[in-house]
Design a protein around this ligand. Sequence first.
Ligand code: 13P
Ligand code: SF4
Length: 372
Amino acid sequence: MAPESVAVPELEKGVGCDIDSSLLASDGFSEERIARAKALLGSRVVILGHHYQRDEVVKFADFRGDSLKLCQQAAGTRAEYIVFCGVHFMAESADVLRQAHQVVVLPDLAAGCSMADMAEIGQVETCWEELRFAGASGVIPITYMNSSAAIKAFVGRHGGSVCTSSNAARVMRWAFARGERVLFLPDEHLGRNTGWQLGLPLDQMAVWDPSRECGGHDEATLARAKVILWKGYCSVHQRFQPEQVDAVRRRTPGIRVIVHPECRFEVVRKSDQAGSTDGIIRAVREAKPGTAWAIGTEIHLVNRLAHEHPEQTIVSLDPHVCVCTTMFRISPQHLAWALENLAEGHVVNRIQVDDEARRWARLALETMLALP
Ligand code: 13P
Ligand code: SF4
């Protein structure tokens, strides 16, 4: 069966895409500049490309993967410079896990993550205090990899752990073995999907709205809650709707629906499978040839899978296409500029977490990595 790939459309102003259009196009000149600077730097540089990165950038990556794997791979090299073609929290995580001689560079500092930006450290500290005053005892904080280093450090300081989208259930189980309840940051949906996977009913999970006093709850609700879900979400994955699952099943009977667990609970419940980026890739790779898939995640990964697996039929679950517009900011031009500067001995756009935060954030990451 021929693969059905979805074109990334012209990005429009007004739909959350404020990208300078001059940065969108790939051009041969930038590609030549990247290749030249990369060759000059040789093994002194390692380029990391997240699965959601655009093709014209990812083709220069030495490693392609999810953010944790990329950080670990970079820290395992002897390269001086780690150029992260991803978003800000990923570069921060690379800085937390790097070796002492390494420097991390993010080619465009405006490449942030809408979800990570939804939990600010001041808000989280207020939440922690308010939970204490409300008598919600035994709280273990967990933060998703997609959070700032300051939030990871907060979690490390308070005896918690980081989690990824593939090990969230394991980390939550670990937390319940040592406390009465979990504060799950910053993704409401991953937290709810994970709590449900562990058998918790929805009424034992309360959403903490940082814009409201005591998160919008009374003491009785907080005392009952086993999981307190931070009101944060991914603007890309929250777009997927349960009706889209129904529609694609009507259009293609027998199609398998697989979504990222950052999608809403109702979408995950209607799907056949939920998985991290690596989990989605594995599922497609291991499926019988001729399997039809509707995939609910960022479009660059969906299109790449369609291209790399012509033996499967692959469509995006959202017909209107979901782009991570901030990841998209890392253009070939930005990458060329960053590499050329490094080749000339100038470190540009360095991402550096301060020593104190690094220490605690590393502890929170190591707690997760030490779990059996
Ligand atoms: P993974 O950890 O599954 O790669 O997801 C990263 C991400 O940013 C999802 O939105
Ligand atoms: Fe952040 Fe969503 Fe982009 Fe992932 S897809 S980096 S969670 S905005």
